[in-house]
Write a protein that binds this ligand. Structure first.
Ligand code: FES
Length: 144
């Protein structure tokens, strides 16, 4: 299996690993088939994600994609972060082998799961953004 240099870099030196104790939102997502688990912590101020950290118990691609996903949402508005797709994360990493695309979906779902907690708490889910949470219901391995 061939990984890009960027995937290897984010796997070997993952950015934003850890926890945020006073996080405004946390998300936990797991994949029943491979058993990998990802936890996402978001610090939110005035509608902006000012910090994001993660803990991933999972494969190298899951670690690399969660690292890249946190980098991509930091400094973004909540609505912008909600638009993040696993495809964009994989592209930012220079691509992933097809059998590893489902790992990037786990990263998207971890971000969305944290955002969902926040949106629900603050009554921000509406008809315009509801569909963006749909991917939380998908089985990541359907995307292999
Ligand atoms: Fe399950 Fe990578 S093998 S997330």
């Amino acid at each position: 299996m061939q990984y890009s240099d960027r995937v290897m870099d984010h796997f070997m030196n993952p950015r934003n690993v850890g926890e945020i104790e006073d996080a405004e939102a946390t998300g936990l997502i797991g994949n029943a088939k491979c058993g990998d688990i990802m936890k996402m912590f978001l610090k939110i101020e005035d509608g902006i994600i000012v910090d994001a950290k993660f803990k991933t118990f999972g494969c190298g691609a899951a670690i690399a994609t969660s690292s890249m996903a946190t980098e991509m949402i930091k400094g973004k508005t909540l609505d912008e972060a909600l638009q993040l797709t696993n495809k964009a994360v994989a592209e930012a990493l220079g691509g992933l082998p097809p059998v590893k695309m489902h790992c990037s979906l786990l990263a998207e779902q971890a971000v969305k799961s944290a955002l969902k907690e926040y949106y629900e708490k603050h009554d921000l889910i509406n008809d315009d953004n509801r569909h963006l949470f749909d991917k939380l219901n998908e089985d990541a391995h359907d995307h292999a």
